[in-house]
Write a protein that binds this ligand. Sequence first.
Ligand code: ZN
Length: 403
Amino acid sequence: MRTVFTDVRVFDGEQVHPSTTVLVEDGLVAGVGGPAPQGHVDRTVDGTGRTLLPGLVDSHAHTLPEDLTTALRFGVTTVLEMGGPSSAADRAAWAARPDSADVRSAGQPVTAPHGHPTQLFAGLSGPGVPDPAQWPQTSSPDEARILVDRLVAGGSDYVKFILEEGTVMGAPGLPLLPHDAYDAGVRATHEHGRLAMTHAQTAATWDQAVRGGTDALVHLFIDRPHDDRLVDAVAASGAFVTPCLVLARSFMGIPATEPAADPRVSGRLTPAWNAALGRSLSTWDAPFDDALATVAALDTAGVDVLVGTDASVDFPSGGGLAHGASVHHEMALLVEAGFSPVRALRAATAVPARRFGLDDRGRIAAGLRADLLLVDGDPTTTIGDSLSIVGVWRGGQETTGRP
Ligand SMILES: [Zn+2]
């Protein structure tokens, strides 16, 4: 199968090429630039007035198989799950379907006994709702190492730790992983050659995570405005940050009203998910501008910032998030924080590919997977154009892009 995109603006994951040709062959990008290819072509896609992007990456979600289908409809071709009950075999089966995004996962996150998120699942049951009793919970360093060994043996692509004392979630006083158990877990993760991800949403828990050697902070601290000391400590540690501004905004009582009212969004979501997008969690009272300023400060200090959403199961009490849709919303919020549109797009393509070692994707270059998103307009100057989806290709196969 040979597909050629002609006269198309290309964002290759790093740079913009004004008008060029992209050839796709056998599921891979075969070439960028140059004249139209000779010989048989199965499909020619006119790119006039359009932009071709690498498939997007959601670097923080929790997924059921149908969520991966929703994500793909929004041009999200890779979902990095930050905790879930699926096995590696489940995920391989899901990702093999042509209407599914590809997926990697931490498996179940490591938390303290009765720690977050066990409180969220009290009294809930149904598909995708984990049984808290099965959750890796510990307060001892020895046990933390054993839990990490077990997770890696069970196919976790990276390991996630939870440091959540509940302040911004309306559940203050949740038990925290002790420092020594957390540190031992991170060390064990590194001994396995895996990345350690940390859920932390307060300045104090960010401090604990950075001291413990985390590779990533997969939320933003929103309990207070940033200060130079903490921002500099994160930058010096080399950790990346997936702020999930869409979630912070929802905590602060701001529903995703505009995205939910956009037909380019609502047309790709079920009514239930679209309604969820238009709600908010409203558990924390703080100015959202502080969150934007924190992200801007991290960026200025040289910290890699990645696009993630924390889209999960549709909790009755949840809101402000939806699979796929929130990736576009998060990019728009990064632009609000001061990123150029090109840098917001990098945060959902080349940057996560580099930080997660996904060397076969995240850019449009010869030899890489043909995971592609074609949109009308130019999101490299107007970020909202990322939602004007014309087509989505996964491994060179076009998907409908429609429910
Ligand atoms: Zn999460």
